[in-house]
Design a protein around this ligand. Structure first.
Ligand code: CA
Ligand code: CA
Ligand code: CA
Ligand code: CA
Length: 264
């Protein structure tokens, strides 16, 4: 087939027009093989708003949309191609918050928004990469920070509660949000070799007694409290500083005056 004169003229016109377009990234030079209308940034003018999503996809990109939206100039990656506000106009050196992940967690907890700067690349300025945005991490309970971007700091299942109690024959209480004692680490001040821990699950109270009578003394250390009931307290999970420790469920079974069950 031979080219007609009209076809040849059209091709010549197009050839002259292309280098003048100065597509982003071309540097205006238009090296051989460059296609100024096929940038990865979708800088074309086909008006369909799509970059890679023709046909409406059930995609698996980070924006969690089943069918991607067309890119709009909003600081988000609406079409799920990993680029924010590509094709949008901007003023050189301007900056804005940006986000490429799931919309639901944008700016929540550790998922802080990133920043992108408008850069002059080619003839027109355009938004650069979105950098510095946060991402979800494993939650650390009870530290006041929201690492997994669900909007809250998760309470710890177990907390250590400091105790500092004057006296002997005293009780320590787990707090309402962690009501179940599952351990302790306490020091009795006093001269008796015997110490007694009385705890009956799932009570919130632990009874501590030194010796066989209730005298003035002091108890310090920690009790460990959980959101879930435990099996009880013993030498392994609740050490005390006594050579003769007793672990019972009823305070009346601690060593006492009048010959208790342990012969004191
Ligand atoms: Ca995009
Ligand atoms: Ca956008
Ligand atoms: Ca946390
Ligand atoms: Ca959280």
């Amino acid at each position: 087939m031979l080219f007609s004169a009209a076809m040849a003229k059209t091709l010549a016109t197009l050839f002259l027009l292309f280098p003048a377009c100065g597509a982003p990234g071309s540097g205006g030079g238009g090296a051989a093989g460059d296609d100024p209308f096929d940038s990865a940034l979708d800088a074309d003018s086909d008006a369909d708003g799509d970059v890679v999503d023709d046909g409406g996809d059930a995609d698996s990109d980070a924006d969690s949309d089943v069918v991607d939206d067309p890119e709009i100039c909003d600081g988000f990656d609406d079409d799920g191609n990993g680029l924010v506000d590509e094709g949008c106009e901007c003023e050189a050196d301007a900056s804005q918050d940006c986000w490429t992940g799931p919309d639901a967690v944008a700016g929540v907890g550790a998922c802080t928004m990133g920043t992108q700067t408008c850069v002059l690349d080619g003839e027109f300025p355009e938004w650069g990469d979105c950098t510095g945005q946060g991402s979800p991490e494993a939650e650390v309970c009870g530290d006041g920070a929201d690492q997994d971007c669900d909007g809250e700091d998760e309470p710890c299942e177990i907390v250590d509660v400091a105790i500092d109690i004057d006296g002997d024959c005293v009780t320590a209480e787990c707090p309402p949000d962690h009501p179940f004692p599952v351990g302790c680490d306490v020091v009795f001040e006093g001269g008796d070799s015997r110490g007694c821990v009385a705890y009956d699950p799932p009570s919130s109270s632990i009874y501590f007694q030194e010796g066989d009578v209730c005298n003035a003394g002091h108890l310090s250390g920690t009790i460990t409290c959980s959101t879930e009931p435990g099996d009880g307290l013993d030498e392994d999970n609740c050490p005390i500083n006594k050579d003769d420790p007793f672990y019972v469920t009823d305070p009346d079974d601690c060593p006492g005056d009048g010959g208790g069950p342990f012969g004191f």
